[in-house]
Design a protein around this ligand. Structure first.
Ligand code: URA
Length: 242
């Protein structure tokens, strides 16, 4: 029945081929066959029984898996690295890797903390879309004693790379007068390149240490650095409801 059919690009993304937008390009390039016929129409709908082949490889409608990793610093957020640097996948055991998980979004090499991994391309696409207001909370150690003016600027938004950041939640946690630094929590709903570092620099405070504490309410609780765990059903449900 037509009701059980889904758009081809959505199914491809859910199987982990690429983001939905990229899948649309792949379809337009004539690289996708449905039941042995090349399809270039973006409106094409498919059912569970249709055979989908991308670049001559048949898609397996894999079981989706979802993990939260406590990323250490010194690892790049990628599935592989041409320069041979350590990636977050080096922290995942070989059996889990067989599920073809990949990181949702990115943390810098020198950022630690919560990173989601999944083989669910559709959910990943939804969570990393710029219009989605998914809150990510960071613990930030900045050089110097932060002042109210800087905090207010961070809350209201500052211009980085020519574009103003969306309103943020900012909480000052502690001052370390001896080492001349401050500890703050910043909650942002965007995911721009080195956003927190750039925001703090813009208001005159260099970031010394950056750790992501939570992503859409999923926290690091109980996870040692370098460890990962499966998400609980209610956490997955929450991510889908965003
Ligand atoms: N903001 C940054 O500056 N770096 C990260 O890794 C994440 C957010």
């Amino acid at each position: 029945m037509d009701d059980n059919k889904e758009r081809l690009q959505k199914v491809m993304a859910a199987c982990g081929v690429a983001s939905r937008r990229k899948c649309e390009e792949i379809i337009k390039e004539g690289r996708v066959k449905v039941n042995d016929i090349v399809v270039t129409e973006l409106g094409t709908k498919v059912s569970k029984n249709d055979k989908i082949v991308v670049d001559n490889v048949e898609l397996s409608r894999q079981q989706h898996v979802y993990y939260a990793l406590n990323k250490p610093t010194g690892y790049i957020t990628a599935v592989s690295d041409k320069l041979g640097r350590r990636t977050v996948m080096d922290l995942i055991d070989p059996e889990t890797k067989k599920t073809r998980i990949f990181p949702v979004g990115r943390l810098d090499y020198d950022t630690s903390g919560l990173l989601l991994l999944t083989n669910d391309g559709e959910l990943s696409y939804r969570l990393t879309r710029s219009e989605k207001e998914v809150e990510k909370v960071y613990q930030v150690r900045v050089d110097g004693i932060i002042n109210q003016t800087a905090v207010t600027q961070l809350i209201r938004g500052v211009v980085i790379d020519g574009i103003k950041t969306k309103p943020a939640h900012v909480e000052v946690i502690d001052f370390d007068k001896e080492h001349n630094s401050s500890l703050i929590h910043i909650g942002i709903t965007e995911g721009r390149n080195r956003q927190v570092r750039k925001m703090c620099e813009t208001v005159g405070f260099e970031v010394k240490k950056l750790k992501r504490l939570s992503f859409a309410g999923i926290t690091l609780d109980g996870l040692a650095v370098g460890e990962y765990r499966e998400l609980k059903p209610h956490e997955i449900k929450k991510l889908y409801s965003l």
